[in-house]
Design a binder for this molecule. Structure first.
Ligand code: URA
Length: 238
């Protein structure tokens, strides 16, 4: 990334707001390469400068990647006047890093949601052309029959304007009826509409995987954590 102002360097790590940071720096709490720096505009190198705050090293990373187990009842949006969004579940540190959710899950859908401030990642994961599979667990009100598997394989006709891309469907339980479905695109209410087209209602939906990145089942709904280096590799962040 190269050279940037000290207040921006610290700001991009979500440490405090820009105006708070200016005060912190002026108080002499920040050192660059071992020397106190009281000028918020002094330039540091993101790769070589050693920056500390209260003598604690501050590592620089341009982007942050979070995995959330999205709970039901929360909107996948950055702001909403009426409802709680997934960003409201994050600490100030991450909100200050100007993160956003990659793609949308419906308000009542749970499961894997990636939240990042890397804009190009969203395109790589969501574009149907990239054919990144998304695996969902769907609970259904009834068994739509074996023929649904074939219909999903061929591409379910939703309406005169939209036929879904071929998808894999398998039933993992009959009582209750639970299916796993893998799709390669993410149109509005896609999974629910696909099942509706074969005669079943989705009563509960959870995303389990995007590409090779699996939801960490240790995360309870509403919990989140940063991706490990290995997980970042799985979704091609670099
Ligand atoms: N398909 C849906 O119908 N809803 C979601 O939230 C995601 C995929």
């Amino acid at each position: 990334m190269g050279s940037m102002r000290l207040d921006r360097f610290l700001g991009e790590q979500g440490i405090a707001t820009r105006s708070e940071l200016k005060k912190i720096i002026k108080k002499g709490r920040v050192k660059v390469d071992g020397r106190i720096c009281t000028d918020p505009g002094c330039h540091v190198d993101t790769e070589t400068s050693r920056v500390t705050l209260d003598d604690v090293p501050v590592e620089y990373s341009r982007y942050v990647y979070l995995m959330m187990n999205k709970p039901g009842g929360v909107l996948t949006a950055t702001t909403d006047r009426y409802g709680r969004t997934v960003l409201d579940l994050l600490t100030d540190k991450y909100r200050r890093m100007e993160v956003f959710p990659v793609g949308r899950l419906d308000k009542d859908t749970e499961g894997l949601l990636i939240i990042t401030n890397n804009g190009s990642l969203a395109h790589n994961l969501l574009s149907p052309k990239k054919r990144v599979p998304k695996l969902y667990e769907a609970h259904l009100d009834r068994y739509p029959g074996e023929l649904a598997i074939d219909a999903f394989k061929k591409g379910v006709v939703i309406n005169s304007e939209f036929t879904a891309l071929p998808a894999e469907l398998r039933f993992i339980s009959m009582e209750p009826v639970i299916a796993h479905v893998e799709i390669y695109e993410g149109k509005y209410h896609q999974v629910k509409r696909m099942f509706k087209a074969v005669g079943a209602e989705v009563t509960y939906l959870k995303r389990l995987r995007m590409g090779q990145l699996e939801l960490d089942e240790k995360l309870k709904p509403g919990e989140y954590r940063e991706l490990t280096e290995e997980e970042k590799g799985l979704i091609g962040t670099e």
